[in-house]
Design a protein around this ligand. Structure first.
Ligand code: ADP
Ligand code: MG
Ligand code: MG
Ligand code: MG
Ligand code: MG
Length: 443
């Protein structure tokens, strides 16, 4: 720690850093930050910075509003751009603590750390590589985003069809400035839709990276006069934006999902992990797909999963096992979308997988044909259940799943469910244009 502090102080001097941005995530996964002038650096490094927790959504009650921001020194980074005023700033991601010195149970980072402790008590390190997708839209004269762009390109197209190319390039450079190893950036299926993949890392780093990623993408798009959105299904009739999570467990530097003696190269642990995810997926779909709108992406025909099954080949099921083996052996969970709180999503997915390993939950046979093309009877014969079809259904499933609720802790569970129920209840009071078209004349 002393070395880290020394390094930070030295870097701040060398780079003439003017402000330190302290960042946290609220329960719904929005990034929140506070900028402190460099004169406050000792206070920051001594964990003495306070903020009012009650003014952050779903965080704390008024009575327990005083909270502390304890920066995770390993997340210190010089922002790879100057501010509007020409200053160089630095950023640190924080853990939220209470005045009594204990971690705040409503801090999403704490929830993930708890889940990771469980994994490490079983000897496992959890690695995750995300594949976030997003759209970029034009903005009107007032600066508000419109659901249009000048992009007519499709999957993997090249410029000049793909107008996003320059923006993707700038995003990639900025991400590298944040220490990311970007593996690939490409145009996605939808017009104006993109995916940028960065290298997998331990789950805490990856969750922090997803927060940083969303910020960087939005900022750079804005620099180009575009608006980037991680909304799961912004335009009906074309592909929604997902965020597949590629997951693996390591033990002593070895990927324990790989077993060369098995015909399919997958170890028992990998199979149980899949079994656990399949068992609990309904219980944590509210976390991985947290918006009313998330469920408009989870429909058939767009490569988004609808049914609870796994496959070694097909891209229609919930879980796909990419062909790579050895160090890259991984379980790809395909339902999450980029509007989720990454800390809670990774914590619950891990908890489900570990429950599978603990209880040796063997998954059913893989389904290697296109589930979209199966009729209901065929799905029933194969015992293929559907994912929750709405936010409401997934909230009910969450409220019934003790393992997932335990992983979230009662504070986060209660705040999350009440926020999401409120969102749902507001939504169902609205009359949709589809209903008018369908019913007004007919009845
Ligand atoms: P897809 O074929 O589904 O499009 P991508 O190549 O876009 O896959 O993304 C693969 C992701 O998986 C990357 O983030 C990569 O770093 C990650 N990954 C590779 N090996 C592992 C591993 N062992 N554990 C977790 N993630 C991994
Ligand atoms: Mg991909
Ligand atoms: Mg790819
Ligand atoms: Mg994709
Ligand atoms: Mg994928």
């Amino acid at each position: 720690r002393d070395e880290q502090i020394e390094f930070i102080k030295k870097t701040i001097k060398e780079k003439n850093v003017r402000f330190i941005i302290l960042q946290i995530a609220d329960i719904l996964g929005s990034a929140k930050s506070m900028a402190l002038p460099i004169t406050q650096i000792d206070k920051i490094l001594n964990n003495e910075v306070m903020f009012d927790g009650s003014s952050i959504d779903g965080f704390a009650r008024i009575e327990e509003s005083d909270m502390y921001l304890n920066p995770d020194l390993s997340t210190f980074i010089i922002l790879p751009w100057k501010t509007h005023n020409g200053y160089t700033n630095a950023r640190m991601i924080c853990d939220v603590y209470m005045p009594n010195g204990k971690p705040f149970k409503g801090c999403p980072r704490y929830v993930l750390k708890k889940a990771l402790e469980k994994a490490s008590s079983m000897g496992f390190d959890f690695f995750v590589g995300p594949e976030p997708e997003f759209y970029m839209f034009n903005v009107d004269e007032k600066g508000s985003p419109v659901l249009e762009n000048n992009d007519k390109a499709a999957y993997f197209d090249m410029a000049p069809m793909d107008r996003g190319e320059d923006v993707r390039e700038a995003i990639t450079i900025a991400l590298e400035g944040f220490g990311f190893e970007v593996e690939a950036a490409h145009h996605e299926c939808g017009p104006g839709q993109h995916e940028i993949d960065f290298k997998y890392a331990d789950a805490l780093t990856t969750a922090d990276n997803i927060m940083t990623f969303r910020y960087v993408v939005k900022k750079v798009a804005d620099d180009f006069g575009l608006f980037a959105s991680f909304m799961p299904k912004p335009v009906e009739g074309i592909a929604g934006s997902g965020m597949h999570l590629n997951m693996s467990l390591f033990k002593n530097g070895q990927n324990i999902f790989f077993d060369e003696n098995k015909e399919n190269g997958l170890s028992d642990e990998a199979m149980y992990f899949i079994g656990g995810i399949l068992k609990h997926i309904k219980g944590f779909t509210a976390i991985t797909n947290p918006l009313v709108n998330s469920y408009k992406r989870l429909v058939s025909g767009f490569e988004a999963p609808v049914n609870i099954a796994w496959s070694e080949k097909n891209r229609s099921p919930l879980i796909r096992i990419p062909a790579k083996r050895g160090l890259s052996t991984r379980v790809e969970l395909r339902n999450p979308d980029p509007s989720c709180n990454p800390y809670l999503a990774l914590a619950t997915a891990l908890t489900a997988g570990l429950d599978g390993i603990k209880n040796k939950i063997y998954p059913p046979e893989p389904v290697n044909k296109n589930i979209y093309e199966m009729c209901l009877e065929e799905r029933q014969e194969n015992h293929i259940e559907a994912l929750p079809k709405s936010l409401y259904e997934s909230i009910l499933e969450l409220s019934k799943n003790e393992i997932i609720k335990d992983a979230l802790g009662s504070h986060v569970t209660d705040k999350f469910i009440s926020a999401k129920l409120g969102e749902w209840e507001n939504y169902i009071t609205k009359v949709h244009k589809w209903e008018i078209e369908q019913y007004l004349r007919a009845y």
